[in-house]
Design a protein. Sequence first.
Length: 315
Amino acid sequence: MKKILFACLLFPMLGNTQIKWTNVDSLFQPLPPTVHVFYTNDSLDGKPNIAYYVSAKLRDLDLNFSVDTSLNRRLTPTQYFERNKQPLVVVNCTFFEFKYSRNLNTIIKNGKLLAYNIHSMPNRGKDTFTYRHSFGSAIGIDKKRNADVAWLFTDSSLKKPLAFQNVVNNYKDSFNYISKKTLNELSMAKKWKMQTAVGGGPVLLQNGNIEITNNQEIKFSGKTGLTDKHPRTCMGYTKDGDIIIMAIQGRMKGIAEGATLEQQAKLLQQIGCWEALNLDGGGSSCLLVNGKETIQPSDKEGQRLVPGVFIISKK
């Protein structure tokens, strides 16, 4: 991403403690030589912690990076694993609403938009006749297997999302939609030609630095939304071409209490991510490697039903 033109929410680092990660490939075999699994139980700010991450080489032509989504219904990650011929990796991704089981973020599969960002949200209180507009973030992989994190405008009238490489401030007006005219006034957005992409937010890392754009994306409200510990799912990529998928266990007092947005950003930064974003977390967080759970989902029922997953499989 280019130099940020708008003010971002910047957090100082939490000390200088380096988290130790252990390679646990042996627990999830068989794995190709370009896919690895790492584990840590080092504490975060003195609190118990369990986390895993997967790294995979984007340029390995024997690997396929894709998504799966179910229309107006949800499945568990294990169900997605079974219906996709048992891929190497399955992880939850987009935020969603429960009533109609609809994705609230972008999903792109084989270059086609399957789900769209929600750009307009009604205000509350005295401003119920106004709307707040924002541009959600996503991570994508193009035909040449280059990864990118960007802020998107998506619409069913467009074949490709329009992408901003600089964070865009949200704004308020009396319309429940964003017009193309308004979009053009905001920035010179370009078509985002990705083969595979999943949305979430906020962005956590930009140019290797912790720069959390929650204020612009309006994902979590108030200070507690930024500082509370929860189970987390996040994705990023390194400058040398690794895709990184991380899951952090949480809501288990004395065992694994989860992470704040700042803490997960620091974890991603420490393992070399250049750009990264937060995905849906909480009870949705679930990362499978060869069908085996890494973190333990926080819902007492086990894996939560979700409308979309990111997948890595062998060709």
